[in-house]
Write a protein that binds this ligand. Structure first.
Ligand code: ATP
Ligand code: MG
Length: 454
């Protein structure tokens, strides 16, 4: 079974996921931007410190000295967050002042061009170090000045920037999610109301469901449902009319049977009973024919369960077999029943028993209503789409009846015999089940011509 997805969850996932992704990406970008600027600002301060130390490097009679007043040293080292270290080294003397633990620059050559920065460790503390060269006046000696500082301030500044950036964004995402959630709930309210309305409905109530205050998207749904209800209502009305008709049609021969049976019962002599018994037999025939036709109609309506037939049927073979079976009946009226068809099979998507039923009804009519000693032709044409034609040279059906002749229980006034008026309705029903159309016209032979085109 397919997994049922909630519209709400889908909406939320589709909105919240990209939003969160955006926040994460934005946080990463902010982190690097903050990292860059925080470093740049503190590096500048570090360089300033190195420069002020370099100013204290002097030369006296060709000898470099470095002297820092203790107060200056204090100011320089005064910081309650980070620890600052420095180191002064000259090429000739070597270590002159400061802290020997300050590591030498990894690339001494680069210091010659401009002050160089690098990251290192002092006593398990991460430090940022700047190195620069000082060349005191009146001396050719090069003095390396280095200042190192632990990175606590930088780190806490980064965290501050990141928090200032992230927290409002997260709040925004949560607020947006909540807002969307409430919005969806409100948006789906008409749908819930609609579900309640349909659930509470009586199965007999086929009036349209109200669609005032329903949003546009749901309106299509209500329109479709109302459309379906309207069609259902028409179908049910037709069904009810049919049942009423069928009951009426069944009652007539049964009432006749009863009357004739009472008449026969009043007689004592078999000979005088005979006419009533004959009537009873005819009435039983009629009732039997009616129930057969009613069943046939019901079967053709339901056999395919509303779907198109799945199997392939050779129309030519079905028609030929039907003709062979009906020859004895035709001969009883001295009629000539002929079959015309192509050499090769003509395949249609169909249900063999239903197609046979259709042909039976057309042949029954042709033999029943055609001319004695007449001619009946059953023809299959190989055109696309293929067609089935049954025609005769009898009296035919007047043009004025064309519209009603396929209706259930309809027989033109004065129709001979005692049919029940269901034959052509069955033909029409089976044709429709096969996506085909049954049409009545006048035959070139002079009689009726029924064509079923697939
Ligand atoms: N080939 C035909 N020639 C002349 N009239 C026909 C022909 N076929 C049908 N009809 C007329 O159309 C009417 C309806 O035919 P239909 O087959 O629907 O019903 P039916 O034959 O009266 O009853 P049943 O349900 O027993 O077949 C017939 O009563 C008859 O008057
Ligand atoms: Mg008939």
């Amino acid at each position: 079974m397919a997994k049922v997805q909630s519209l709400k969850t889908q909406f939320l996932l589709r909105l919240a996921l990209p939003l969160s992704l955006f926040v994460v990406l934005d946080a990463i970008a902010s982190y690097y931007i903050a990292f860059y600027y925080a470093n740049a600002a503190y590096d500048r301060w570090l360089l300033d410190s190195a420069r002020s130390l370099a100013q204290e490097v002097k030369a006296q009679k060709g000898k470099v000295t470095f002297e820092l007043p203790p107060t200056a040293l204090e100011i320089f080292q005064w910081d309650d967050v980070d620890q600052t270290f420095f180191k002064i080294e000259s090429s000739s003397i070597g270590f002159m002042a400061g802290d020997k633990r300050v590591p030498p620059p990894p690339d001494p050559a680069s210091v010659r061009k401009q002050p160089a920065y690098f990251d290192s460790m002092i006593q398990a503390h991460r430090v940022r170090v700047v190195s620069m060269l000082a060349t005191p006046k009146d001396s050719s000696e090069e003095v390396l000045v280095q200042v190192a500082e632990t990175v606590r301030k930088r780190r806490s500044m980064m965290t501050d920037i990141l928090l200032a950036e992230l927290v409002p964004q997260l709040v925004l995402v949560c607020a947006a999610g909540l807002y969307i959630w409430l919005g969806i709930n409100r948006g789906l309210r008409p749908l819930n109301a609609l579900t309640r309305e349909i659930a509470q409905r009586s199965p007999r109530d086929l009036t349209p469901i109200p669609d005032t205050g329903v949003p546009l998207e749901v309106l299509t749904l209500t329109h479709t449902i109302n459309d379906l209800l309207a069609r259902l209502s028409t179908a049910i009305t037709a069904q009810q009319r049919f049942i009423a008709n069928a009951a009426h049609q069944l009652r007539t021969p049964l009432a006749g049977l009863k009357v004739q049976a009472e008449r026969a019962l009043r007689e004592t002599n078999l000979e005088t009973m005979r006419p009533a018994l004959m009537q009873i037999r005819n009435g039983a025939d009629r009732a039997s024919r009616l129930s057969t036709q009613l069943l046939s109609l019901a079967r053709s309506e339901t056999a395919l369960g509303g779907s198109r037939p799945a199997s392939r049927v050779d129309l030519r073979a079905v028609a030929r077999d039907a003709c062979i079976d009906w020859v004895p009946k035709a001969l009883q009226r001295d009629m000539d029943l002929s079959f015309e068809g192509p050499e090769d099979p003509i395949y249609v998507q169909g249900e063999q028993t239903l197609l046979r039923e259709l042909l039976n009804n057309l042949l029954d009519n042709a033999i029943r209503y055609g001319r004695e000693h007449g001619q009946i032709t059953v023809r299959i044409t190989a055109d696309t789409p293929p067609a089935l034609v049954v025609e005769d040279d009898g009296p035919g059906i007047p043009d004025s009846e064309v519209d009603r002749i396929f209706e259930r229980f309809y027989r033109p006034p004065g129709s001979p015999g005692d049919g029940c008026g269901l034959g052509l309705a069955i033909v029409k029903e089976i044709a429709e089940q096969h996506d085909a159309r049954a049409r009545l016209s006048r035959s070139s032979l002079g009689g009726a011509r029924i064509e079923v085109r697939f």
